[in-house]
Design a protein around this ligand. Structure first.
Ligand code: ADP
Length: 361
């Protein structure tokens, strides 16, 4: 059957429809596709994608089209397409193998993306405001609480030295030790809050190669890794635009937790890997540790939330709250999938760096 007649049913569809042959030639285009392509039917039919959109061979969408052409499997993606005149539009694209080559269904989601960007910038502004409030609170905590706390810590130390030596009363000794460890812990918690408020403050974003960042981090964690007999495997990780110090803190907290919350008798096995989902990277850190009960999975990102007592596993409970703040500061999300006694996988997303930025570095 003539190809125009075969696909006639798509002529007035709201989605763009195109059938592309094995040499990337346009065999069929519907009315919506002609509009989306900012072209004309007579120009497209007989011509090729490579001729009409020079440079398309370097794009993600072309990669998926050629993969579908050879592997004969369906693919979906959300893609920002740059036209030869420099304008950019967002499309949700579905690519299917057909007898003639591939059929591509495309839906223009530019307006939706613009609305999303507006919401996300409103969200970032709200986050900045929340951060400012937290910073003010932290400043009060640091000035008004740290000074008297330090006085108490010093006095407890003095008392321990003076009374502790002259008394044989073990209860007093124990109580003084308890006071010293409680005030010490309070100091740690205040320090954690101050660090939390400082995250992302007054810094410039830059291109960060996560492979390199994790490599140097693992070198610094060498002592802990060998002490615990941990085995760390790192797959290829992406480059992202972000705050380098904070990204390092993010990986550091997740890797240290993956080692720290190991099961007795099972050397920690930690794996870092990444995949691209639409316009986001998803970076995962999995372990074979003690795991987390399902009902607690979302709570552990709250400030000072701990599931395990400090006696069994040292820490303050602020690390994952830092991680959540860092990921959200970069426009991503963090989550955990876990099973008690069967390991955990922490996942976070980071926006994919647009290629022009990559070329600049
Ligand atoms: P900390 O490590 O100082 O306790 P975090 O904020 O990093 O604080 O973690 C909060 C809590 O989440 C931990 O106390 C622990 O109960 C749980 N947790 C975090 N990471 C893991 C992990 N990889 N495996 C099991 N539990 C974890």
């Amino acid at each position: 059957m003539d190809i125009t007649a075969k696909y006639k049913v798509f002529d007035s569809l709201i989605e763009g429809v195109q059938v592309i042959g094995p040499s990337y030639e346009y065999l069929y285009v519907n009315n919506s596709l002609v509009r989306q392509a900012k072209s004309t039917r007579s120009r497209l039919i007989g011509s090729t994608m490579l001729k009409e959109y020079p440079g398309i061979e370097k794009t993600m969408v072309f990669h998926e089209i050629s993969e579908c052409m050879t592997k004969r499997d369906a693919r979906n993606l959300v893609n920002e397409f740059e036209f030869p005149d420099g304008s950019k539009e967002w499309f949700e694209v579905s690519i299917q193998p057909v007898d003639e080559g591939v059929l591509i269904l495309s839906f223009d989601i530019t307006q939706l993306k613009l609305a999303e960007e507006k919401i996300s910038s409103q969200y970032i502004r709200a986050l900045e405001q929340k951060n400012q409030e937290l910073e003010q609170f932290a400043a009060i905590v640091s000035h008004d609480l740290q000074a008297p706390l330090n006085t108490i810590i010093n006095l407890v130390e003095l008392l321990k030295n003076e009374i502790g030596q002259s008394t044989t009363n073990e209860t007093i000794d124990t109580q003084l030790d308890f006071m010293a460890s409680s005030t010490g812990r309070m100091k740690e918690l205040i320090q954690g809050l101050l660090e939390h408020a400082q995250i992302g403050k007054n810094k410039e974003k830059q291109l960060v190669d996560c492979n390199h960042l994790v490599k140097t981090l693992l070198e610094d964690l060498g002592h802990l890794i060998s002490e615990r007999g941990a085995f760390i495997e790192v797959d290829d990780l992406p480059s992202v635009i972000g705050y380098k110090t904070e990204l390092r803190l993010l990986f550091q907290n997740l890797i240290i937790n993956a080692i720290k919350f190991g099961r007795v008798g099972h050397p920690p096995k930690v794996k870092l890997f990444s995949s691209m989902k639409d316009d986001f990277w998803e970076i995962s850190i999995s372990d074979n540790g003690i795991g987390i009960p399902k009902n607690a999975a979302s709570e552990i990102f709250q400030i000072f939330k701990r599931l395990h007592p400090p006696k069994s596993y040292e820490g303050t409970g602020i690390g994952l709250a830092h991680c959540k703040k860092i990921v959200e500061l970069h426009g991503g999300r963090i989550s955990v999938e876990s099973e008690v006694e069967n390991g955990s996988t922490f996942r976070f997303t980071m926006p994919v760096v647009a290629s022009p930025v990559l070329e600049l570095s």
